[in-house]
Design a protein around this ligand. Sequence first.
Ligand SMILES: NC(=O)c1ncn([C@@H]2O[C@H](COP(=O)(O)O)[C@@H](O)[C@H]2O)c1NC=O
Length: 533
Amino acid sequence: MSDPRPVRRALVSVFDKSGLEDLVAGLVDAGVELVSTGGSAALIEKLGLPVTKVEDLTGFPECLDGRVKTLHPRVHAGILADTRLSDHVRQLEELQVAPFDLVVVNLYPFADTVASGAGVQDCIEKIDIGGPTMVRAAAKNHASVAIVTDPDSYGSVLTSVRGGGFTLEQRQRLAAEAFAHTARYDVAVADWMAGAVADTGDGTGFDAQIGGTWTREQTLRYGENPHQRAALYVADGVAGLARAEQLHGKAMSYNNYVDADAALRAAHDHGDQPTVAIIKHANPCGIAVGGSIEAAYERAQACDPISAYGGIVASNRPITAAMATALNDTFSEVVLAPDFDTDALEILKEKKNRRLLTVATPTPGGVEVRPISGGVLVQDRDTIDAVVEATNEEKPTQGHGDDPARWALVAGEAADQRTLADLAFAWRAVRATKSNAILLARDGGSVGIGMGQVNRIDSCHLAIGRAGEDRAKGAAAASDAFFPFADGLQVLLDAGVSAVVAPGGSVRDDEVVEAAEAAGITMYFTGTRHFAH
Ligand SMILES: NC(=O)c1ncn([C@@H]2O[C@H](COP(=O)(O)O)[C@@H](O)[C@H]2O)c1NC=O
């Protein structure tokens, strides 16, 4: 650890003035000379403390509504002089500039201003220019200067100043934090500019360059496997699973987060209907809707109780005491919901380790980013249309959407209301399943799911096998993509499914439809696909 470098002169320019009074009082008490900008200097003067205004230092007034305050060589030479170098020290003497040892700056609240819905010009005025310039200058020159941007750290700043100053290691750490701070700031400005001011995507809908900054929230015990390190990072100002409140249980693991993310999406794909999804290895082992959340859970759990053991349970409704009691009958790793009734929480806390999380309803839309070797893929999130009541009226000849009213009836009789409701449910639920995906449903609940196979026939066999003979017979089936041949469909037909919904679009659609007609079942084409890789 290096010797501390004493603090004799500090430059203070802060938008957020919280904690400033104690900081400057402590600095003055420790014999530090203060130089400060308009509003900050006014507050220091009001406290009766000595301060030099920046404009008195520069001999140039703050002007243009604050756009120019500290952008002056007398300020920046004082920040950027490397006082280890005799030549820099000599030049400062010639120029009659005194060096700064400490710079305390926090920036105009750009992101908050954008989030408040302010107009373009107001947002532009909240792009801080002089602040980041000082922060970057001081961080570059951390050999001589300590840079502080976080009001929460003022207490430890005073401790260091009183203890003889900042060590090189402390200044290095502060500099790294400062550059991360300005990088985050610039990314926020660049992202906003690319959409609100200019179309840098040239009409493609994708910006010419994308940036992202995430802040480490916590390290995790390990990654997907114990030999992999892992951490959770959160995006600035974005709600979601990464910021979920954990009410109880062991720390979340990497795999818990992956599965919980899949569970969250699956549980919110069915509109206002009470829905429960149980996920293992990012795939559902049960999804169901119901007249109540308890009914939905019972059906979701009944789909595949063996696989549901140790699963992640997501509900789109607050967890009630009755559901909590049912949840306690089996082992689940995580339960996530928008809320938990007080008595439900008491019941669930009986299991010491099980994690309980409250998570806000995810906002649909936006893009998703997936890293690949040497780059990232960016795509619109797959959205599923709003739930509409299933109806048999006005069927188009070609399906084109998630809404059953827009499906094309390609084989058999139009489904009765109950079957159509099951087809609609199966279609929404199958998109929570990794491709190739086949999902069988009855009475608003999945009864057999085949997923993640490299051919669709195997997924069909899996779905039928998991459903069992009795449940497969008469079930409604959904396929996430078209049947390339009739063979996969035939597996479902042989098991006695009563109706099938699929996107259609194979060159062999005729053979597929023919097989459905020969079996006398109802078949709809949606015209849309929901692959999930
Ligand atoms: N333009 C400049 O020279 C300049 N220098 C400092 N600021 C910012 O002005 C704020 C402090 O202003 P005041 O002390 O007047 O309340 C800080 O957020 C600081 O980052 C500036 N403002 C914006 O760019």
